[in-house]
Design a protein around this ligand. Structure first.
Ligand code: NI
Length: 226
């Protein structure tokens, strides 16, 4: 399921992030792609060890963990340090599937990429092209969001970034390992969670709210892995 999460950052906050990124030293993005992905990738990335990359990544991570819709949709177990990339002058990233497993730098541990996330950082009026095109079981989605908005989608989906034909597209992107690996189960839990909140808002005293909440947590208990 493709889920849009509006205003992870306010327009003012995203302007600060953009200003910081505009002055940074960028590197060829192919350096971090797998063998097949490198053949279709043309963009620039902020090197992971760059002090600004770490500082901004921490800012994104902290905000993710304060965002109820992200928590409910992703059920995050851990999130790989968000990365930053820049597309301009026909930069693009052809059809690919993200790696399933990523090493977590400096830990010897690994993360399974259940969910991919893209945080849009450029105002959509300032560039042409650059849509994130996602193919999942429900069809093809073309996503280009206002600056500061986030999209999350199953890591298993084929996706691409359309060529940027004018201006610059700045994004942050990251992978999340979920407590619930299955996208279908995450979707059911998200729908149940939303329905419980709806009933609880309209009929807070109804006994079914407790039963439904119990069902939610017991499904999560059955389906989660730690
Ligand atoms: Ni990708």
């Amino acid at each position: 399921m493709v889920i849009e999460i509006p205003e992870l950052f306010s327009p003012q906050e995203v302007r600060e992030i953009r200003t910081a990124l505009e002055g940074a030293d960028w590197a060829d993005g192919r350096a971090t792609a797998g063998h097949r992905a490198a053949q279709v990738k043309e963009n620039e990335q902020l090197p992971l060890g760059h002090p600004l990359a770490k500082q901004l990544a921490d800012r994104v991570l902290a905000r993710l963990m304060q965002t109820p819709l992200f928590i409910a949709a992703a059920l995050p177990q851990r999130v790989l340090q968000p990365r930053f990339s820049r597309y301009d002058g026909r930069g693009h990233y052809g059809n690919h599937v993200d790696n399933a497993i990523f090493p977590i730098p400096g830990t010897g541990e690994h993360l399974r990429s259940d969910i991919s996330g893209t945080l849009f950082l450029s105002d959509p009026e300032t560039y042409d092209g650059g849509e994130l095109v996602i193919e999942d079981m429900f069809g093809t989605h073309s996503v280009k969001l206002p600056a500061g908005h986030l999209v999350v989608y199953p890591g298993s989906s084929l996706h691409r970034v359309a060529p940027v034909t004018r201006g610059t597209r700045l994004v942050s992107f990251f992978w999340t390992q979920s407590f619930v690996a299955s996208p279908e189960r995450r979707r059911l839990l998200l729908e149940l969670d939303g329905a419980i909140q709806g009933v609880a808002a309209d009929h807070p005293e109804h006994a079914s709210v407790d039963t439904l909440t119990q069902v939610y947590h017991n499904l999560l208990r059955q389906w989660s892995s730690t």
